[in-house]
Design a protein around this ligand. Structure first.
Ligand code: UD1
Length: 420
């Protein structure tokens, strides 16, 4: 199994280009199932989660053509199966969201339940209630969800019990082909939801209100082909900015959208970074200084993203002062803490708590570490970059799910990192 070896202690300096947003692209691949004609998605990152989704589409009999620049053409008119098997859905929760598009287009579908997840229970109750509000009949058997609609879904009103990103995207997709108008309330407002709605509208959907907590979808009878460019990956951008800040470095990230990163940039400035913004770039300069500790609470967009929490714990572990980090989206999302403490960090309160206190130390010590989720793993890479000596991060298949060419990108910023 691949591991990353990092020799820490170097300031990150240089320039890199952000990839397209994984969390947009995976849902657009689901959305392509709604169309009668080929849909082309470009600026797609080359990642394991994307390959898994393509494998799932191929299993359904959908034609997928990928070019060398990761522009993906999906022709769902060749579909042969309406069953998404456990083997694929289990490895990536977002793939559960093929259920709504398959149901909306074909009147029936069967998708395996995603199963447990390393960062908490992550049930799909809101997805299922939302589909039921559009007239779907849902039943369970042998770990599979079966949904039928006996014709078109019916437009309706649905209020999410709480904010869910995947739930909002799932029901929004299903409602595009429903008969009548759907109003979704208490929706998530993430930029990836706006990106997905923009893509669906190019296919002929009639969606308004995306990016607010109330989305209205006027159902149409069919959707056609389109070409859509995925937005930049704000979580990837944030990760490299935090990594640079933790090392006292200076970076310029191109192909970024600063408007999507307000909550993170505020925290980086609080940590002592000079941040400069352009239309599609962000530069950060720590002037060689050690960061100051910054407290934060994760919350749905536009709040501080849970997907950047672990990276900020890594930064705080070597900061001047002490910080409180509160996680409100997922239970059990502090798996990086014990590993960082093995590297000499002073972090208290992990376990079942939702808040940890990080007391910054001048430097961490390299160690052999591993984590079992994507963002926790990358936070250990950041810890390795600020540690003295060598750090070995194992189970990096988690990182490969969400970070394109992570070691090449870090090497281009001067990091001593290699895959073995
Ligand atoms: C998406 C992102 C993920 C990010 C998360 C929160 C993708 C592919 N993944 O995940 O990177 O960390 O948003 O910003 O876009 N919940 C339920 N029932 C449901 C749905 C969700 O209880 O039916 C709970 C979850 O367990 C979690 C919370 O709601 O505690 C938020 O989850 P949600 O926003 O749905 O996250 P995902 O869409 O899975």
């Amino acid at each position: 199994m691949d591991r990353l070896l990092i020799r820490g202690g170097k300031r990150l300096e240089g320039e890199l280009r952000a990839s397209g947003a994984k969390n947009s692209a995976v849902f657009m691949l689901c959305a392509s199932l709604l169309a009668d004609e080929p849909v082309t998605i470009s600026n797609v990152p080359h990642l394991r989660d994307i390959t898994t989704m393509i494998e799932l589409l191929s299993t359904l009999g959908v034609d997928v053509i990928i070019d060398e620049k990761m522009s993906i053409e999906i022709d769902a008119s060749t579909i042969q199966s309406l069953v998404a098997p456990y083997g694929l859905v289990r490895t990536m929760r977002a793939s559960f969201s093929v259920l709504g598009p398959l149901l909306a287009k074909h009147g029936e579908a069967e998708v395996s339940l995603p199963g447990g997840c390393a960062i908490g229970a992550r049930p799909v109750d809101q997805h299922l209630k939302g589909l039921e509000a559009l007239g779907a009949e849902i039943s369970m058997h042998d770990g599979y969800v079966r949904a039928t609609s006996g014709g078109r879904l019916k437009g309706g009103k649905f209020i999410f019990d709480f904010v869910t990103v995947g739930g909002t995207e799932h029901i929004m997709m299903a409602a595009t082909l429903a008969d009548g108008v759907t109003v979704l309330e208490n929706c998530a407002r993430e930029p990836e939801i706006v990106d997905l709605a923009d893509c669906l509208n190019k296919m002929g959907a009639k969606i308004t209100g995306q990016g607010t907590d109330c989305i209205m979808i006027k159902g149409v009878e069919r959707l056609g082909g389109c070409h859509h460019d995925v937005i930049p990956d704000r979580i990837e951008v944030a990760t490299y900015l935090v990594a640079a800040a933790a090392t006292g470095g200076k970076v310029m990230i191109r192909n970024a959208n600063p408007a999507h990163l307000d909550a993170v940039l505020v925290k980086l400035e609080e940590a002592g970074a000079d941040v400069t913004l352009g239309d599609d770039w962000i530069s950060l300069d720590m002037h060689g200084e050690r960061p100051s500790a910054v407290s934060l609470v994760t919350s749905p967009y536009p709040g501080f993203p849970t997907d950047v929490q672990a990276q900020l714990v890594a930064l705080n572990s070597v900061a001047e002062g002490s910080a409180l980090i509160k996680e409100t989206i997922f239970e059990n999302r502090f798996m990086h803490v014990q590993e960082m403490n093995r590297m000499g960090a002073h972090i208290q309160g992990a376990g079942s708590n939702t808040t940890v206190q990080v007391k910054g130390v001048p430097s961490l010590q390299g160690a052999q570490v591993m984590a079992n989720d994507l963002r926790a793993s990358v936070s250990l890479v950041i810890a390795g970059l600020v540690a003295a000596g060598e750090t070995e991060v194992s189970r990096i298949y988690h990182i490969d799910r969400g970070y394109e060419q992570v070691e090449e990108k870090l090497q281009s910023l001067g990091a001593e990192i290699r895959r073995v």
